[in-house]
Ligand binder design. Structure first.
Ligand SMILES: Nc1ncnc2c1ncn2[C@@H]1O[C@H](COP(=O)(O)OP(=O)(O)OP(=O)(O)O)[C@@H](O)[C@H]1O
Ligand SMILES: [Mg+2]
Length: 375
C-alpha cells in the first residue's frame, strides 16, 4: 500500500483540539513536523516543559487518531521543546516513580537505559564503528547488559560488522533489536536494502534515529553504545537533544589532522554539556603479522598528549592490525572471534576504563562536572 499523504494526515490532526487554546492542534501551530515513510508516521508536537503533562493526552490521541488512517502501520508522536539539551544531572534516569512528572527533567528517549554513550570523532574513517562494536562486545563480555545503536543513517555499518542481514521482528508494533555477540543491536541497515541509495533530509535523519530509540523494544540495559556518523550534523543534534548522554568516547588516529578533528569532536560535546569520557587512539601502531615488528606509521602517542592537553582522559590505544579488519569484514568482531588476541585485550582494557568512568560519574555528586579544559 502506498504511503498516506501528509495532507490526509494533517486533516486527521485537525480533529484534535489543543486544550490550551481550544483551537485544533494544526491551527494552534503545535504540529512541528510530520514525516511518513513506509507506513511509519512520525509527528513532533511542540510544547514546553511546563505544559508537557497537559500535552501528553494530546500526544496519545495523535497516535491513536493517525493509526486509524489507511496505509499507516505505526505512529510515533513525540513532544519536542525548544530548549537547551539535557544536562549532566539527567545522566541516569530517575527512579520509576518519578516518571510522568513534567517538572522532573528526564530523558525523553531510552528511559530504561542506565547510561547512553556516543562513540564519535570529528572526521570519518578513523575507526569509530570498529571501536564502538568491539567496545560494546567487550562490555557485554564483562557482564553488562549492552545495546548497540547505529546512528549512521547514511552509511550504516552494523549489518556488516556484526554479520547480520535479517530483518528485526515486530512485536506489539515495536521492533525487537537483533541479538549478536552477547548484545542487542539496531541499525537502519537491518531495515532497508543494502544498496538502496539513501537520500535523507535532516528531519528524516532525526525521525529514523528517534524511531530506532523510541520504537525498539530495548528493554532495561546497563549501557547503550551509539556508533555515531562522522561530523557534527543532524544525528549529533538529535542525540544531544533527545537523549540524556552519559558521555562521549572520541576516537582519533595519531595523525595531527585527525587530532585536530578530535579536538572539534571534544568541543562539540562540551558545547552540548555531554561529558567526554576520554580519547581512544586507533590505528595507533602497526604490528607486522610476520615478524611482530612494531611500526609507528602515523606517529604514536598523539592522542595521549592531546587528551592531557584537552584535560580529558586517555582511554587506550588500539593497534592497526590486519586481523581487526578481516574480523570486522567477516562480521565477527575481534573481541568475540579472538578474545585472547592483543587487539581484544586492548578493547577489553578500554571497556573497563569506560565502565569505571561511567560508574564514577554515576556516583559522583551531580553538581560536580568533570573537568574539561578546552584551549
Ligand atoms: N585498528 C584497526 N586495524 C585495522 N583496520 C582497522 C582498524 N580500525 C579500523 N579499521 C578499518 O578501517 C576502516 C574504517 O573503519 P570504521 O568503519 O570503523 O571507521 P569509521 O570511523 O566508523 O568510518 P565512518 O566515518 O565512515 O563511519 C574499516 O575497513 C575498518 O575495518
Ligand atoms: Mg562508522
Amino acid at each position: 500500500m502506498s504511503d498516506p499523504t501528509p495532507d490526509g494526515l494533517q486533516a486527521a490532526l485537525r480533529e484534535i483540539k489543543d486544550p490550551a487554546s481550544g483551537r485544533d492542534i494544526v491551527a494552534a501551530g503545535l504540529v512541528e513536523g510530520l514525516q511518513v515513510r513506509g507506513g511509519l508516521v512520525h509527528v513532533s508536537l511542540l510544547t514546553d516543559r511546563a505544559h508537557a503533562d497537559a500535552m501528553e493526552p494530546v500526544r496519545a490521541e495523535v497516535e491513536r487518531r493517525l493509526a486509524r488512517e489507511p496505509g499507516v502501520k505505526n505512529v510515533a508522536a513525540v513532544l519536542t521543546a525548544h530548549r537547551p539539551g539535557p544536562t549532566r544531572q539527567q545522566q541516569l534516569p530517575p527512579p520509576a516513580h518519578e516518571h510522568g512528572h513534567a517538572h522532573a527533567p528526564r530523558p525523553a528517549l531510552l528511559p530504561e537505559v542506565r547510561a547512553v554513550i556516543a562513540v564519535a570523532s570529528g572526521k570519518g574513517g578513523v575507526g569509530k564503528s570498529t571501536v564502538a562494536v568491539n567496545l560494546a562486545v567487550a562490555l557485554a563480555q564483562q557482564g553488562r547488559r549492552v545495546g548497540l545503536l547505529d546512528a549512521d543513517i547514511y552509511g550504516p555499518s552494523l549489518p556488516r560488522l556484526l554479520g547480520l542481514s535479517r530483518q528485526p521482528q515486530v512485536r506489539n508494533e515495536r521492533m525487537l533489536p537483533l541479538p549478536a555477540w552477547g548484545l542487542q543491536a539496531m541499525s537502519i541497515g537491518f531495515l532497508v536494502e543494502d544498496e538502496t541509495p539513501m537520500i535523507w533530509r535532516g528531519p528524516m535523519v532525526m525521525s529514523a534515529l528517534e524511531q530506532m530509540m523510541g520504537q525498539v523494544e530495548w528493554g532495561p540495559l546497563d549501557i547503550m553504545v551509539v556508533d555515531m556518523p562522522p561530523g557534527t550534523g543532524d544525528a549529533q543534534l538529535t542525540m544531544a537533544q533527545r537523549v540524556s548522554l552519559a558521555g562521549a568516547v572520541i576516537v582519533s588516529t595519531p595523525q595531527d589532522i585527525a587530532l585536530a578533528d578530535a579536538r572539534r569532536g571534544v568541543r562539540m560535546f562540551e558545547r552540548t554539556r555531554v561529558p567526554v569520557l576520554g580519547l581512544v587512539e586507533n590505528m595507533s601502531y602497526f604490528c607486522c603479522p610476520n615478524c611482530g615488528h612494531r611500526a609507528e606509521i602515523f606517529g604514536h602517542g598523539g592522542a595521549k598528549q592531546e587528551a592531557s592537553r584537552l584535560g580529558v582522559d586517555f582511554l587506550g590505544e588500539v593497534p592497526l592490525l590486519l586481523d581487526i579488519r578481516t574480523a570486522s569484514d567477516a562480521g565477527t568482531p575481534i573481541v568475540a572471534a579472538a578474545p585472547q588476541s592483543p587487539a581484544a585485550q586492548a578493547f577489553g582494557a578500554i571497556a573497563a576504563r569506560v565502565r569505571d568512568r561511567l560508574e564514577a560519574g554515576a556516583s559522583a555528586n551531580a553538581a560536580a562536572f568533570p573537568k574539561i579544559v578546552v584551549s
